[in-house]
Design a protein around this ligand. Structure first.
Ligand SMILES: *Cc1c(COP(=O)(O)O)cnc(C)c1O
Length: 374
């Protein structure tokens, strides 16, 4: 990224001098690399945005606006990220209808439910590739087949999945896919929306832009491109892809080590939330019975744990994801989300487990002294 902050400071949209050409060449190389990593047939199918939030909004609002004549209904899932759910609620205030599908106890949606939810006026189905709180991977290929049969657009918020699990937009039948660079160790403030050029019916995929102006990104996203961030995004994705398999195996081993250590230290009161299989390698979510997560986290400033999603952890309500799994409010209140990643070592895991176990014992001891049941 370094040269593009200063030495190669050209605007990628400047066509009249070599400084602009150099920036444009860097952006186009990044676009090709990202398209290749996602299995896109054509680099022009990658639209750079400010991140997955913008990509989700562009996919949903853009598809609705472009198909306003034929449709006014969307299908999504109860466990989606706020960047999908909140736009749906905003559209509903303007008369758009949406169906939120339930999930099973593992957080997985049934493709047959997707088929049942699609109506004549359904424009788009949006199903996140992987859930950030409980790690659940969704059956995208099956859902893609349903959407293709019914000629409905298929979007996936893959911010948690790109670079972590194998993903191929062609194999999965995706028309639109959102991702964010910082979720795969790239810079914050840049992301992409994959936009298939031709739908499987052969028709051109239509999308209305959110931002109007200079006409960058083939008119789909006006605004000067952040060249250094885009270059960093492509490099980060290439690194994540190169390491993906080995890193996934390492993280699964660390995750199981953490869970087993907590179980050994604290006993049966440690419950795993989310699936055993079909899960993001670096995600663990555990409830420690009788120990509210906020009380636990308050004393663990040096261990970076969270309750729900980082974006909404300022909100006091229990996680909508855990509620959708059918967990009791009590178990949801005691749920802690642990993310393991590239910089996490076995020593980190052991230290975190020891700190968590000590703090749980202290809270349990306090409760016992007060005569409160676990
Ligand atoms: C992080 C995240 C987002 C939002 O990404 P930004 O980079 O903050 O825009 C959207 N969806 C999912 C699933 C995420 O994990």
């Amino acid at each position: 990224m370094a040269p593009y902050w200063s030495r190669d400071f050209g605007n990628a949209a400047s066509r009249t001098h070599r400084y602009g050409w150099r920036a444009e060449a860097a952006v186009e190389l990044a676009r090709e690399r990202i398209a290749g990593a996602l299995g896109a047939a054509d680099p022009r199918e990658i639209v750079f945005t400010s991140g997955a939030t913008e990509s989700d909004n562009l996919a949903l609002a853009g598809a609705l606006a472009a198909h306003a004549e034929e449709g006014d209904h969307l299908v999504s899932v109860a466990t989606e990220h706020a960047a999908v759910l909140d736009p749906l609620k905003a559209f509903a205030r303007r008369g758009v209808r949406f169906t939120l599908l339930p999930v099973n106890g593992d957080g997985r949606v049934d493709p047959a439910d997707v088929a049942k939810a699609i109506e004549k006026r359904t424009v788009l189905v949006s199903v996140g590739a992987a859930n950030g709180e409980i790690g659940t991977l969704q059956p995208l290929a099956e859902i893609g087949r349903v959407c293709a049969e019914r000629d409905v657009l298929f979007h996936s918020d893959a911010a948690q999945a790109v670079g972590k699990i194998p993903l191929d937009v062609e194999a999965l039948g995706l028309d639109l896919l959102s991702c964010s660079a910082h979720k795969l160790y790239g810079p914050k403030g840049v992301g992409a929306l994959y936009v298939r050029r031709r739908r499987r019916s052969g028709a051109r995929l239509r999308l209305e832009p959110l931002l109007h102006g200079g006409g960058q990104e083939r008119g789909l996203r006006s605004g000067t491109l952040p060249v250094p961030l885009i270059v960093g995004f492509a490099e980060a994705l290439a690194l994540a892809q190169a390491e993906r398999e080995a890193e996934a195996a390492r993280l699964v081993a660390l995750r199981e080590r953490l869970f087993e250590t907590l179980l050994a230290a604290l006993g049966d009161g440690v419950l795993r939330n989310g699936p055993l299989e079909g899960r993001l390698p670096g995600n663990l979510n555990v409830s420690v019975s009788g120990v509210p997560a906020d009380a636990l986290l308050a004393q663990l400033e040096d261990v970076a744990l969270s309750t729900g999603s980082a974006c909404s952890s300022a909100r006091p309500e229990p996680s909508h994801v855990l509620a959708a799994l059918g967990l009791s409010p009590e178990r949801a209140r005691c749920a802690v989300r642990v993310g393991l990643g590239r910089s996490t070592s076995a020593a980190d895991v052991d230290r975190a487990a020891a700190r968590i176990a000590a703090e749980v014992k202290r809270i349990r001891g306090e409760k016992a002294a007060l005569g409160l049941d676990g």
